[in-house]
Design a protein around this ligand. Sequence first.
Ligand SMILES: O=C(O)c1ccc[n+]([C@@H]2O[C@H](COP(=O)([O-])O)[C@@H](O)[C@H]2O)c1
Ligand SMILES: Cc1cc2nc[nH]c2cc1C
Length: 335
Amino acid sequence: MLQTDFQSLIQKAIDSKTKPVGSLGRIEALAAQLARIQNTLMPVAASCGLTLFAGDHGMALAGVSAYPQAVTRQMVMNFLGGGAAANVFARTLGVDVEVVDCGVAGEPINAPSLLSRRLGAGTANAIERPAMTAVELDKALANGRAIGGDSDHDTACFGEMGIGNTSSASLVAAKILGYPVADLVGRGTGLADDGLKRKQALLEAAAGRTPDSLPADHALMEYGGFEIATMTGAMTAAAGAGRVVLVDGFIATVAALCARELSPGCAANFVYAHRSAEAGHARVLEALAAKPLLDLDMRLGEGTGALLAWPLVQAAAAMLRDMASFESAGVSGPA
Ligand SMILES: O=C(O)c1ccc[n+]([C@@H]2O[C@H](COP(=O)([O-])O)[C@@H](O)[C@H]2O)c1
Ligand SMILES: Cc1cc2nc[nH]c2cc1C
């Protein structure tokens, strides 16, 4: 069937439901997207998994974050213990959580429930040199594809943890979009004014090492993080496998931007969950013409925004699948 014909069938199905035309607002657009992704007028949103990608950044040691690098590792232990915001939200929603070490600083973490896909003990300091090699990038993308492609869930939430990764994400996005990095720098975990100034100067120095504009793979190699690159691969494969991908905050949206550049078809499966309070997020969303579902002033990461959007995905699918039509319920249509 032609795409336009299927789109008009979807619209007809949505408009036949017992509600004034258009009255469920953006839930209707979301339902239509789910129908397109699953190629059915009976979309299913039955199960969702959260994969948390953790990695460290050489840049963090230059002082671009309000928190020390050690927090990445400590938070991985917290995820494994079930005590982080992402765990708590996931439990309330019945979502499974898996944690991936993509390259946390220090010795490998020895925990049976942790998936080890380490590319090293953190990236190189991208202020001075490329964050990773082409071989490391390829491996991270491949690791991500294997993780994103292997799941029983119809919906995937991807979250990240990495002290310094707002710096990495700002630089990657600036190079892909051809924006000055200053337009995309924010307070991250909560830098005060003097810290923000220092971060801005360091990121401008980092950006100055390379041309104003870079393709996504070069941008990732120069400025990316192991967790961001692994998430990028996971997003392409999850979308390729027909899953709905709930895109979290600033860092996850930059991974989605990379995924779209590397594998354009995957964008159709992306649902932008929320607008983070991190300064650059609104700009990157704008560049993607993406209107996220939620705006809760959150800026945590960990997939917390994506998790909170999961019930909306479930509601949208149930609306299209289960709501009565004017005809089946014997309700009069517009006069
Ligand atoms: O998701 C977001 O929009 C977001 C915005 C600001 C900070 N974060 C989280 O905070 C960490 C990065 O902040 P920073 O200041 O260390 O670059 C990293 O672990 C992210 O998960 C996440
Ligand atoms: C405590 C803490 C938890 C986080 N979760 C994601 N990024 C984080 C950064 C910090 C500092």
